[in-house]
Design a protein around this ligand. Structure first.
Ligand code: FE
Length: 228
């Protein structure tokens, strides 16, 4: 088990990167055979770990259910909405994200060292784990499949604007794109731009607008249709 990156690994070899399909959102493009192979691989690894007594199956299932059902991107959305409505909180968040996020009662494994980077008209931030699949679980829940795929991990580092375009985000040439590489030590989250037309929204209402992908940096927060 690696020490620099955690057990949510999806290790691959360098040659895989060159065979990566062009679309980073691979979860929509897996063939039934690929899904079968991946599932089989996961089941074999699980059986090995359980068989050798490294993990307990019941614990594993409880753990997965917790992150699937109870902990998800709404936690991150609450942090974003708070930062949008409370400038002092935003300053604390950008200065020490781990502590500011804990103020809202959110903390836990894979989120011990958080850094929040702010999107502005001049800077667009996007997050990846180029090595494997490090991800801020306490604020965003389980990582999306595409974020663990070589197609996203390698390409977003090489051609972030191109990958963002495929996600539907066009970053103007005048804006800078910054790519942040999460690791076991530091997990990044994006503070997206507050959309126009939401000035009268309260914190709770704002939180409902923030999709997971905006906190990874591959989407923008949209003004609700009725507010345009
Ligand atoms: Fe990783």
């Amino acid at each position: 088990m690696s020490t620099s990156h955690d057990f949510d690994h999806e290790h691959d070899h360098d040659h895989d990167r060159h065979n990566a399909p062009p679309d980073p959102r691979l979860e929509h493009h897996l063939s039934p055979e690929q899904v079968h192979l991946l599932t089989e691989r996961v089941e074999k690894i699980e059986a090995l770990l359980v068989g050798k007594g490294f993990v307990d199956l019941a614990t594993l299932e409880k753990f997965a259910a917790t992150y699937e059902n109870d902990i998800g991107p709404l936690n991150g959305a609450r942090v974003v909405a708070k930062a949008w409505t409370d400038s002092a909180y935003k300053q604390r968040l950008l200065a020490n994200a781990t502590a500011a996020i804990a103020e809202l009662g959110i903390s836990g494994m894979q989120g011990e060292h958080m850094v929040v980077v702010e999107n502005t008209p001049a800077i667009h931030n996007v997050v990846v784990c180029t090595l494997c699949s490090c991800y801020p679980w306490p604020v965003l829940g389980l990582p999306p499949t595409w974020s663990k795929m070589p197609a996203y991990r390698s390409r977003v580092a090489i051609d972030p604007r191109g990958v963002l375009r495929e996600f539907g985000v066009e970053v103007p040439d005048a804006s800078e794109v910054r790519v942040w590489d999460s690791s076991a030590e530091i997990r990044y989250m994006v503070l997206p731009e507050r959309p126009p037309g939401t000035e009268h929204f309260g914190e709770e209402e704002l939180a409902t607008l923030v999709p997971r992908d905006a906190m990874i940096g591959v989407a923008k927060v949209q003004t609700p249709a009725t507010e345009r």
